[in-house]
Design a protein around this ligand. Structure first.
Ligand code: FPP
Length: 244
């Protein structure tokens, strides 16, 4: 049976987070430079957004550049940033056609000025779109985000804007860069690596994890639908038991 037909459209995840991994290996297998893999990864981003749109999934978060990625060779960083700027610029119209609203999380001040500016413009241009929210994690790491949240809580505490007794899960969540966005129901990682790599550590406390050996540039709609079918087979108990 066609994979999409196996999906129960009434129980699709509200939020899917994705670690897009394997671009470098994909390029290496073809005797090319790593950036060739990143360039081909853009196609997989498009496929994923189309698939999510078809299933009416309201939130997709993509890990595009981690804090640790700044340690890569300068040439790869520069070319990747340029690719991100060009992709954002070229895709803004298409994002609007598809009703996709762009958001960004991470230490955005550390991005090159040009990249930050393009990003800000695209965020503004897509702000009225309401079909799907695309959250791009850029210069992001979960430990950075959690420390940042703690600093902001301490600042508010100092300014009498929050009380010690007020701090609970819900309040803390609002200090994270994902704010009111529902926690991911499903986390997908491509390329066969079985790691979380400092991504959304707080938010994925109860997410279902799905690992696929497919390298990111090869990831397509069918692979996304397969992940959703697998997700729908999981029994989510959130720490409770179903014995009663
Ligand atoms: C990981 O592969 C991938 C990245 C660090 C970059 C992902 C970026 C894109 C696909 C560009 C477009 C994205 C958006 C959302 C506009 P890797 O280099 O770690 O691969 P490897 O593990 O095989 O070396």
């Amino acid at each position: 049976m066609e994979i999409k037909k196996q999906i129960d459209h009434n129980h699709v995840p509200r939020h899917v987070a994705i670690i897009m991994d394997g671009n470098g290996r994909w390029a290496k297998q073809r005797g090319k430079e790593r950036i060739y893999g990143h360039e081909n990864g853009v196609k997989a981003v498009r496929e994923t957004l189309e698939a999510a749109g078809e299933l009416k999934i309201p939130y997709i978060t993509m890990y595009a550049f981690s804090t640790e990625n700044w340690n890569r060779p300068r040439k790869e960083i520069d070319t990747l940033m340029e690719l991100l700027v060009n992709t954002i610029r070229n895709e803004t119209k298409e994002l609007c056609n598809k009703g996709i609203r762009l958001h960004a999380i991470g230490n955005l001040n550390s991005l090159p000025g040009k990249c930050f500016k393009e990003l800000e413009e695209a965020i503004k241009l897509t702000e009225n779109n309401d079909k799907l929210n695309l959250i791009v994690a850029l210069s992001y790491s979960a430990r950075w985000e959690i420390i940042n949240a703690i600093k902001n809580i301490l600042q508010d505490y100092k300014n009498n804007k929050t009380a010690f007794e007020n701090i609970d899960n819900n309040v803390f969540k609002k200090y994270l860069s994902t704010g009111d966005v529902p926690d991911p129901d499903l986390l997908i990682r491509t390329s066969g690596e079985l790691r979380i790599s400092n991504f959304l550590l707080w938010q994925i406390a109860y997410s279902e994890l799905y690992f696929t050996p497919v390298l990111w540039p090869d990831f397509n709609k069918k692979h996304f639908f397969e992940a959703i079918v697998e997700y729908q087979k999981r029994e989510r108990r959130f720490g409770k038991t179903d014995d009663y």
